[in-house]
Design a protein. Structure first.
Length: 407
């Protein structure tokens, strides 16, 4: 038999070393990739997963001890480590957890707790009982929606017909709360358009939040636009196409769409409140107990019964000499008394029929420098107007949104 040359032996040795090296690298790459996987993506060949959802009345400590395979010592360890990351007393129904057990040892190796929101908590136990804890963020996906519709009876009915979520409808009304009173100003044939995005957490199968990117409301005589924008200083809000903030000193009405809508389901046609215009004010006909809001920031001058026909009356003093009157109230909101500071949109009382009133309604009036005037004809300047770099960035940003609203 021929002897193997030294050159051949050398080639064989080098080949063996090369194969070993490739195997080592491949194994480490695989292990690193496995460690990077999300909890739900890990290989389960040697793993058993136990899942649980927090129910009403549950206490997390007792749940882990009584409703899982964990030993008393293990459950105490997990609770102790979890307390370093979050306040476990704030756990609420719907929160859930996952426990990964090693089938070979029957001991827990990983614990994940998923509260509300985008975060979750990770507790990892190594084979030598070393613990690692970490707060992590779940992957959030964003989906954009665009809808338009025509008003037949109310904004609420028109939007729910398009299957727009209730929180987005209320958000839409909030954005235009300084320009439009959707309880009284809506007319048949008005058109709405809306572009909004929804953040969704797949792991929790829940929507995290909704945000309107652009909105439009068109009447027979005027078109209102709103665009979400964040300034270079980190302030954010809604502006019209000219870069003027939609916010102004006073709300369009003391009865808010959001407050009224909360009394009705999304499947029901929203009632259209009516108002009359007396010589010195506005009478809003509304059900007994309807929340009444301050149209602006101010200080309560009076919150007591008035013998002049107003019944239970609240008077609020605002900046620049304005005063607003809210009459015939059934009762006052908690904490409302003379000297109280109130914020724009804050509930101050509830519709009633005290004093000289033939039915439940709100008598709303506004006074400037001692004289009442017609609030419906009042023109209010915006609180903010974009300028400089912000205005340039805004103009560039809204071009695509304007195109979408126009099509």
């Amino acid at each position: 038999m021929k002897s193997i040359s030294s050159k051949t032996v050398c080639i064989i040795i080098i080949s063996i070393i090369f194969i070993f090296f490739i195997s080592f690298i491949t194994k480490n790459v695989f292990l690193n990739q496995l460690n990077k996987q999300k909890p739900e993506e890990k290989l389960e060949s040697n793993i058993e997963i136990e899942k649980g959802i927090i129910q009403k009345g549950d206490v997390l400590q007792l749940t882990l001890k009584n409703k899982t395979k964990l030993s008393m010592e293990s459950s105490n360890t997990i609770i102790r480590e979890l307390q370093k990351l979050t306040n476990i007393n704030l756990c609420i129904p719907g929160d859930f957890y996952e426990i990964f057990y090693n089938k070979n040892t029957d001991d827990w190796a990983e614990f994940y707790y998923y509260p509300q929101g985008p975060f979750y908590y990770s507790i990892i136990q190594s084979s030598d009982k070393q613990i690692q804890t970490q707060k992590k963020e779940l992957e959030v996906s964003k989906t954009e929606y665009k809808y338009e519709g025509t008003i037949d009876s109310s904004l609420w009915a028109a939007m729910t017909y398009k299957n727009i979520p209730a929180d987005v409808i209320l958000y839409f009304a909030d954005i235009f709360a300084w320009q439009i009173d959707f309880l009284t100003d809506t007319k048949q044939g008005d058109i709405f358009k809306i572009i909004y995005e929804v953040e969704h957490i797949e792991k929790k199968n829940k929507n995290l939040s909704s945000k309107i990117l652009a909105a439009q409301y068109k009447t027979s005589s005027k078109t209102y636009n709103a665009f979400y924008f964040k300034t270079s200083e980190g302030n954010y809000g809604y502006f019209d196409q000219d870069g003027k903030s939609l916010k102004s000193t006073f709300l369009k009405a003391p009865l808010q769409f959001r407050r009224i809508s909360s009394y009705f389901s999304a499947s029901r046609v929203h009632p259209i409140l009516k108002y009359a215009r007396p010589h010195l004010g506005i009478d809003y006909a509304a059900p007994q107990g309807t929340p009444v809001s301050s149209i602006g920031d101010g200080t309560v001058l009076k919150a007591q019964y008035n013998n002049g026909g107003f019944g239970n009356l609240i008077i609020i003093k605002h900046n620049n000499g304005y005063e607003t009157y809210y009459g015939h109230l059934s009762k006052y909101a908690k904490g409302i008394k003379k000297g109280s500071k109130v914020k724009q949109g804050q509930v101050i009382g509830y519709v009633g029929m005290t004093g000289l009133a033939t039915g439940p309604h709100l008598d709303f009036r506004i006074k400037l420098n001692g004289k009442f005037f017609n609030f419906l004809t009042m023109k209010q300047p915006p609180t903010t107007t974009l300028k400089g770099e912000d205005k340039t960035n805004f103009n560039n940003y809204i071009q695509n949104l304007i195109t979408q609203l126009s099509t």
